[in-house]
Design a protein around this ligand. Structure first.
Ligand SMILES: *[C@@H]1O[C@H](CO)[C@@H](O)[C@H](O)[C@H]1NC(C)=O
Ligand SMILES: *[C@@H]1O[C@H](CO)[C@@H](O)[C@H](O)[C@H]1NC(C)=O
Ligand SMILES: *[C@@H]1O[C@H](CO)[C@@H](O)[C@H](O)[C@H]1NC(C)=O
Length: 757
């Protein structure tokens, strides 16, 4: 596609300032535009420059995807009679080698099912059955029949492709092209590496009406991004081998995000883009990295939002600053927003990289760079983007392309009908994982980042949850996704009525709760743990383990009828909970997993550092949950505020002890009361639940709900505190040996947590 200097409409705009009247009447005709079986939308009514986009029902496509109303007042392409939606086809699967595709058909349409079988001597890898999906892609993975006798695995032939090269030893290359009428996304050439992997990523061949679904993108982008972000972590025992980017010590990661704002006369579009960007950087914050950000909008020219140079002149931005800058950002609609100057966006990134390299040459070499670009139009002005893209690559690779390839990832998101699909593939880097994504519109893109944490690769991350800041519909699993660690525990006691408690999933195998939830004789078969993990609801218990020092009658003769010191217990399940977006462990203090969540990196992070971050101020914001999943807002009282808070323990029923410190030992955290604000109080069913904070968007448990001065709830679940209705919670920093003994057992069969000193 030729890079014209400037697109017709822009020329028009310049003229328009001289003759506004004449032009405001210009529109394109509404004749002959309709489509049988579908409809169309317009970006700016019938005005000049408007973009018309056709839409068919699911499983159908329009042979003409879009029209633009040109300066001449004519549509391009010109409308013709008889436009109708056609049934979506999938690319030809019969390129399959060393086997048969059933049924053999000339063309495959949506919902057609194919099965794959190999000739004898060959083994099938990939999917044995594939269905043609509504977006024109085959479900599952490319089927491959192979004898796997070479160094690298047979890379297969994706549907609709031709492959040259059939020997797969070190240094051997294979090349791909797509059949006529199909376009390629992914690598054109792949080389067998010494490691036994192929360079680049598997190509896909599509028809030009094929879009990626949000689910496909969140999975593919999620795992590619993980490769870009994952810090090398040699010590962790649970790591899978694989290609992770090793960030050298002292290195860091620079993330450049550029958003196309052309054709964005409506503020809504900009606001959505901002929400999407916030959502993306929030998801990135789940990984154990603290990136430097460069965020810009671009149309005819570039408008910066967050400038990466700040990080290199001693003025670094926290994640909260970045979010604030995005919130404050006001896209100045100066009427010059119709061009799509991709070249300028890449040039801007290149300039910022040069600045960093000039300032901190060594650090630049040790850094990884990720460029994420969103575009919804054809690059129609400025220089050809290919030039700055290749300069960026040269700049990062230097003369060591082979070694430094992984230091740079460029991702392109094409939105809507009007993108130059084929060219996007030329801008991205040829690293492992998919780098070009084609999406129908911004709403679909928003779903991508909403869904990204569902991805199983994030299993190891404790405390992940969804926040639902964006208008999201209420769903059955929404509550679970907000507190995926929440467990309900019910116990059928030998005597008396059954009781229930809350608990928190702390590893896939263990639930943390209060010791007082159990009575003498409560054998494991009398205990049920409920966590909806997508497979099972009720989980069987292998054993429950109260803290060995818990003894409710220990101070009966000292005027303390019930003494709750060490009121914690662990429950070991018979089987691991299946981790997903709806069932995932909470973070607990003084573990390496939680250091990641708190963005504390380095080998010398200590338990004390967690405490300093989590329980530092006189009043720390925290939450507890009710069994009805209401979130209760409370402030943990520390220091002097704590002294007053524990004094009220003497007001508990039948309490005759006169020293509050005897009743509420150092092992408790105190909440409730009306100052500095009125807290919620804990009610009966809240016992055993987590007292938690949400630092850096990750949930960290700091206590276990134990007991309170008075139960004022009377069957209600969300009740405000009175002046003296205080609640006491076991402080997890004070029961570390107990937690470590059972959760950090390195010889156990289940995955342990790594505890800090
Ligand atoms: C494909 O099958 C689904 C489910 O049976 C159906 O809803 C859909 O209409 C079918 N699509 C086409 C294009 O036939
Ligand atoms: C960059 O990495 C090299 C070797 O990997 C190291 O010697 C050097 O100190 C690092 N520089 C910075 C600024 O971190
Ligand atoms: C740790 O695991 C081993 C092996 O399963 C077991 O024998 C041992 O009792 C466990 N230790 C604790 C404290 O649970």
């Amino acid at each position: 596609m030729a890079q014209t200097a400037c697109w017709t409409l822009l020329t028009l705009m310049t003229v328009s300032s001289f003759a506004p009247g004449a032009l405001s009447q210009q529109t394109c005709s509404d004749k002959l535009l309709s489509i049988k079986g579908g409809h169309f939308t317009l970006s700016r009514d019938f005005e000049l420059g408007t973009l018309l986009a056709y839409k068919c029902q699911d499983g159908y496509y329009s042979p003409v995807q879009s029209r633009r109303c040109l300066f001449s007042g004519r549509w391009k392409p010109l409308p013709k009679r008889g436009l109708q939606c056609k049934k979506v086809r999938c690319p030809d699967p019969s390129v399959f080698k060393h086997g048969n595709v059933l049924p053999p058909l000339g063309r495959y349409y949506v919902n057609d099912t194919t099965t794959y079988e190999c000739f004898s001597d060959y083994k099938l890898y990939g999917s044995a059955t594939r269905v043609c999906k509504a977006n024109g892609k085959w479900s599952g993975r490319t089927p491959i029949c192979s004898r796997n006798t070479d160094h690298c695995p047979d890379p297969g032939v994706p549907a609709g492709a031709r492959r040259d090269g059939h020997i797969f030893n070190i240094g051997d290359k294979v090349t791909y092209r797509c059949e006529d009428g199909l376009m390629r996304v992914g690598s054109k050439e792949r080389t067998c590496k010494e490691s036994g992997d192929w360079t680049g990523n598997e190509p896909e061949c599509h028809f030009d009406y094929t879009f990626d679904t949000p689910g496909e993108v969140s999975e593919a982008f999620g795992s590619a991004l993980k490769n870009s972000l994952k810090q090398a972590d040699e010590e962790s025992p649970n790591q899978q081998q694989g290609k992770k980017i090793h960030l050298d010590k002292g290195g860091n990661i620079n993330i450049f995000i550029a958003i196309d704002a052309s054709d964005s006369i409506d503020k809504d579009h900009i606001q959505k883009s901002i929400d999407i960007t916030k959502n993306l950087i929030e998801k990135i914050s789940y990984y154990d990295v603290t990136p430097n950000y460069d965020i810009m909008f671009f149309a005819t020219k570039v408008t910066p939002v967050v400038d990466i140079k700040n990080y290199y002149i001693g003025n670094p931005k926290s994640l909260a600053d970045v979010i604030t800058d995005l919130d404050k950002f006001n896209f100045d609609d100066n009427g010059d927003d119709s061009g799509t100057n991709l070249g300028a966006a890449f040039t801007n990134i290149l300039e910022h990289m040069s600045f960093i390299k000039a300032r901190k040459p060594e650090q630049f070499l040790n850094s990884s760079h990720v460029i994420i670009m969103f575009t919804d139009g054809e690059s129609n002005m400025g220089q050809d983007p290919k030039r700055p893209v290749s300069q960026i690559k040269d700049f990062v690779y230097g003369n060591k392309k082979e070694q430094r390839m992984e230091k740079l990832d460029i991702y392109m998101f094409g939105l809507g009908q009007d993108v130059e699909r084929e060219l996007l593939t030329e801008y991205v880097t040829d690293n492992a994982g998919k780098h070009v994504f084609l999406m129908e519109d911004l709403d679909q893109l928003h779903q991508v980042f909403d869904e990204m944490i569902d991805e199983s690769s994030n299993v190891g991350l404790c405390g992940l949850h969804r926040d639902y800041s964006y208008g999201h519909k209420e769903t059955a699993s929404k509550y679970r996704q907000q507190q995926p660690w929440l467990a309900e525990i019910s116990v059928r006691h030998v005597e008396g009525s059954p009781s229930s408690c809350l608990g928190s999933l702390v590893t896939p195998r263990f639930i943390l709760t209060a010791a007082h939830c159990f009575k003498f004789g409560d054998t494991s078969d009398r205990i049920t743990v409920t966590i909806e993990d997508g497979k099972t609801k009720d989980h069987e218990v292998r054993i429950h383990i109260p803290h060995p020092d818990y003894n409710i009658l220990a101070k009966k003769d000292k005027g303390i009828p019930a003494f709750f010191d060490f009121d914690v217990a662990l429950i070991e399940l018979k089987e691991d909970v299946a981790i997903s977006a709806t069932a995932r462990p909470i973070c607990i203090p003084c573990t390496k997993e939680t250091s990641g969540a708190l963005k504390l990196t380095g080998a010398d992070v200590k338990c004390k550092d967690h405490e300093r971050l989590l329980l530092n101020n006189e009043y720390e914001d925290a939450y507890i949950m009710s069994p009805k999943r209401e979130k209760k807002f409370i402030k943990i009282k520390l220091g002097n505020a704590r002294d007053a808070c524990i004094e009220d323990a003497k007001k508990a029923k039948d309490m005759t002890a006169t020293d509050a410190k005897e009743i509420v030992t150092e092992n408790f955290l105190c909440t409730g009361g009306i100052a500095p604000v009125t807290d919620h109080v804990a009610c009966k069913g809240d016992s055993g639940g987590a007292l938690f904070t949400d630092k850096s968007h990750r949930t960290v448990q700091v206590g276990v709900v134990s007991w309170g001065v008075e139960d004022i709830c009377k069957g209600q679940t969300l009740v405000l505190s009175r002046e003296h209705t205080r609640d006491y919670h076991i402080n997890l920093f004070k029961v570390q040996p107990f937690l470590k003994k059972h959760l950090g057992n390195l010889t156990a069969k289940y995955a342990p947590l790594t505890f800090l000193e």
